[in-house]
Design a protein around this ligand. Structure first.
Ligand SMILES: NC(=O)c1ccc[n+]([C@@H]2O[C@H](COP(=O)([O-])OP(=O)(O)OC[C@H]3O[C@@H](n4cnc5c(N)ncnc54)[C@H](OP(=O)(O)O)[C@@H]3O)[C@@H](O)[C@H]2O)c1
Length: 283
């Protein structure tokens, strides 16, 4: 089994991105800037935001952090997003999800100006994606496609089974794999006999959030396995795939941690740089 080493690939690509950013800063006389909004103190979100902040610094993206109280009102959050939308020095805005239940997540995602949507979650950007038009792609699906490209895994003609149909991972990754010529099955919580579907797959993308839901008996020998899941069990991070069981079955597989996670952060940095380039070219 060949490890799809997201940590290594993202590190190499970040070096190249850093060079591209340096060149752009010389030309356009200011660095790209990402505003990150975190509402509340969810420990996983705090750690993700810390990781994103550090990654931005490494490649030369300026970072404004807005850490808001758990009980912030809709009006206050709305005002912050509107002011960041209008701020000409800000190229990208990221609202760390999930946000507390009293706030309407979909409404706030779409309130971020689509030209500053670093996460690629805005309804219009997702519409462009589903119509195969150029846009900002959601970071995790984009990172997965970059990883497959890097290892020269061509989905063309393959059967791909995506487990999970969320707007941020499952559904867009299915779309991108289909664009690359794979034949897609999307499974979800109502799917009967998940193993029946996964056993036919050349590529499995597991984006569920249930530890070790994909086991050896569910995978055809030689399949490529992308494990998106992040589950905290007994203080350890584990994926949706039973990695040790599948080491002798899969042809390629992502580890957790060190697989999809770092590629997601890399794609966020790429997205921010893309938004910046669009922004500075207009000025
Ligand atoms: N590594 C990274 O960078 C990264 C980035 C994003 C997310 N993640 C992780 O990826 C996982 C998925 O994230 P998400 O945001 O897509 O989660 P989500 O919105 O909760 O979606 C989970 C999906 O899994 C499906 N599902 C639940 N139980 C199932 C079962 N028993 N069999 C088959 N499908 C089942 C759900 O089906 P229904 O639609 O029917 O409910 C849903 O479509 C989480 O662990 C998350 O932490 C990792």
């Amino acid at each position: 089994m060949i490890l799809l080493d997201g940590k290594k690939v993202s590190k190499e690509r970040n070096l190249k991105l850093k060079e591209d950013i340096q060149k752009a800063v010389e030309k356009y006389k200011r660095p790209p800037k990402l505003a990150i909004i975190l509402v509340g103190n969810n420990p996983a979100s705090l750690s993700y935001v810390k990781g994103k902040n550090k990654a931005c610094k490494l490649v030369g993206i300026e970072n404004d952090m807005y850490h808001l109280d758990e009980n912030i009102s809709e009006k206050e959050l709305r005002n912050l997003i509107i002011s960041l939308n209008q701020d000409d020095t800000v190229d990208g805005i990221l609202l760390q999800l999930p946000i507390p239940k009293h706030l309407d997540e979909d409404m706030f995602i779409d309130l971020i100006k689509r030209e500053k949507d670093a996460d690629g979650f805005h309804v219009i950007n997702q519409g462009y994606l589903y119509q195969k038009k150029k846009t900002i792609y959601p970071a995790t699906p984009k990172g997965i496609m970059t990883l497959l490209n890097t290892y020269e895994i061509d989905p063309k003609g393959m059967r791909a089974v995506v487990i999970g149909r969320s707007n941020i991972v499952g559904f867009p990754v299915a779309r991108l794999l289909m664009d690359r010529g794979a034949t897609i099955t999307v499974c979800h919580s109502k799917t009967k006999d998940l193993g029946y579907h996964t056993r036919q797959a050349n590529i499995i993308v597991a984006a569920v959030g249930k530890p070790k839901i994909v086991t050896k008996d569910m995978v055809k020998p030689g399949a490529v396995i992308i494990d998106v899941g992040v589950n905290r069990v007994d203080g350890k991070l584990i994926g949706d795939v039973d990695f040790h069981q599948l080491e002798d079955v899969a042809s390629y597989m992502t580890p957790v941690p060190g697989g999809v996670g770092p590629m997601t952060i890399h794609s966020l940095l790429e997205n921010t740089f893309e938004l910046y380039m669009e922004h500075v070219k207009k000025d």
